[in-house]
Design a protein around this ligand. Structure first.
Ligand code: GRF
Length: 202
């Protein structure tokens, strides 16, 4: 299967997905990486010989034009699945119409707790003892799509945002890699809120 990965940041999740797709028995390859800004993720793509493209919001007169441009740029690579891994933009209606149901996101909290761009500091500030990682299908909301997999991660006494986020990312990297492979090989059955990968523990 053909994956396009969208990223905006350090790209450690992208890097782990690149490593996974290079093993012979992994059922997908990354055909392109898309970013919305200059970021380290572009470097990881280049190091792996994977083409990357940049679609920056500020290069367009409005968000809808940006959304259409991003949709076209991704569509050129004919992905079976789009993975957003640290992509810090909300995907618009053009993108969702084109790829809806085939967009997988990873979020560093146990949704529906702590949606949005500050999930890790929000969990720390709230004082939860357990947070975690969620892999879900992307819908029109902010981190609201049907959940595919979750795993709990403990919050430790002396955690700060960096130590907690890194502990979550260790889980995210494994969970995202597993879920993408499972979706590619067994598909997803989703009706409304529920999404099930046949044969998965639900
Ligand atoms: C991940 O925790 C992801 O869930 C969140 O941003 C982080 C990206 O990390 N949206 P990296 O850029 O892949 O290291």
């Amino acid at each position: 299967a053909r994956l396009v990965v969208l990223a905006s940041g350090t790209g450690s999740l992208l890097r782990s997905l690149i490593d996974a797709t290079r093993t012979d028995d992994y059922p997908a390859t990354i055909v392109a990486v898309g970013v919305d800004r200059e970021c380290a993720a572009e470097g990881h793509a280049a190091d792996a010989g994977i083409p990357s493209f940049r679609v920056r919001l500020r290069d367009f007169e409005n968000r809808s034009a940006w959304d259409c441009a991003l949709t076209d740029a991704v569509a050129e690579h004919e992905p079976d699945i789009v993975v957003t891994a640290g992509f810090m933009k909300i995907l618009g209606s053009a993108f969702l119409e084109r790829f809806g149901g085939r967009i997988i996101n990873t979020h560093p909290a146990l949704l529906p707790s702590f949606p949005g761009a500050h999930a890790v500091p929000d969990a720390l500030a709230y004082g939860v003892k357990v947070t975690g990682s969620t892999v879900h299908l992307v819908d029109g909301g902010v981190d609201t799509g049907p959940i595919l997999a979750q795993e709990a991660v403990p919050v430790l006494e002396h955690d700060d945002e960096a130590t907690l986020h890194e502990r979550i990312k260790v889980v995210e990297r494994r969970l995202l890699t597993e879920v993408v492979a499972a979706v590619v090989t067994r598909g997803v059955v989703s009706d409304g809120r529920k999404a099930v990968i046949p044969g998965d523990r639900t």
